[in-house]
Design a binder for this molecule. Sequence first.
Ligand code: NAD
Ligand code: UDP
Length: 339
Amino acid sequence: MILVTGGAGYIGSHAAVELLENGYEIVILDSLANSSYESILRIKELTGRNFEFYEVDLLETEKVENLFRMHNIKAVMHFAGLKSVGESVSFPLDYYGNNIAGTLNLCKIMSRFNVRELVFSSSATVYRTIGNQALEESSSLGANNPYGRTKLVIEEMLHDLYRSDPFWKIVILRYFNPIGAHESGKIGEDPAGIPNNLMPYITQVAIGRRPVLQVFGEDYDTPDGTCIRDYIHISDLVKGHLKALEYLTGPPGIETFNLGTGKGYSVLDLVKEFSRASGIEIPYQVTDRREGDVPICYASAEKARNRLLWEAEKDLFEMCQDAWRWQAMNPYGYGVIKT
Ligand code: NAD
Ligand code: UDP
């Protein structure tokens, strides 16, 4: 039995489908702080599989312990967390409290129940990005916002945990920019309020919920002046998680892998490719740079290719097609009308 924390969220829901479709038994824990129960129903509908769902916060120790008591958990895929960079700057204590204390609590409970297999969602934001170089797992680290720092602290905490008890098996996955949706269009990304990320903003402009996309700066030292990122299809990303789970069947240890494609695309590349995939022109206006954005960020995907035997397969066009299918089939995401 695999425990999926944050399984009602964007990445967790896709991972849950991938796990169920590959024959795993799962149980999902999510506070629904940033997601809705409808996604749980959709996972069941899509896979035709049943599983237990607990609307529980990781900080509710007794309830989390009960879950471990009720189910024979073998490994945990830990997605639960808050992820908005801007919000983390305004409310750092919420981020430290939720992400760090939540993970600390989870690990303590796992230890207590002798569950020592963990896949953790980290982020490319932990890298100190300099210049135009593919980021390797060994590249220098240094987050420049509270959200990123929570990921760095958790990574260090997991290393300390392994050092103290070498029976743990831990895989840290550093995601680059996951976009797109399940090809069925039944599950996808459903941000609350105004999207912070580029792709959901584009799809909301395309569906008519927002009038125009703001492109944050076109004076960067890049071919078209806009920032470059490593966009990765959510389906490829969650396949990487299954490879990580297989990796955990090996000897104990702690290992970090990038999940990216190794290719960078600019903001305007993504806008153009989205128009090609959807047939919809995206009106945009160039505004000031967004504070904290680095010009170029893309992965070296070598380590995951060699050690996890995983690589991303879907291209930018498919990412755009699938993101658009989800938005077109679900103009208001999981149904709650949000402005
Ligand atoms: P999401 O907000 O869609 O999903 C996170 C889920 O965790 C939500 O359903 C939320 O309700 C739940 N949650 C938050 N705090 C909780 C708590 N204390 N107890 C129980 N549930 C809680 O985000 P996502 O995009 O699916 O991201 C999943 C993980 O991946 C996060 O840890 C995020 O930081 C990380 N990540 C995401 C991205 C990205 O671009 N989406 C990139 C890098 C890393
Ligand atoms: N971006 C943009 N307009 C938006 C949202 C994002 O121009 O409304 C740009 C942003 O400056 C960055 C890229 O798109 O260069 C990806 O941003 P996102 O927030 O999706 O990911 P991250 O900053 O985490 O790489």
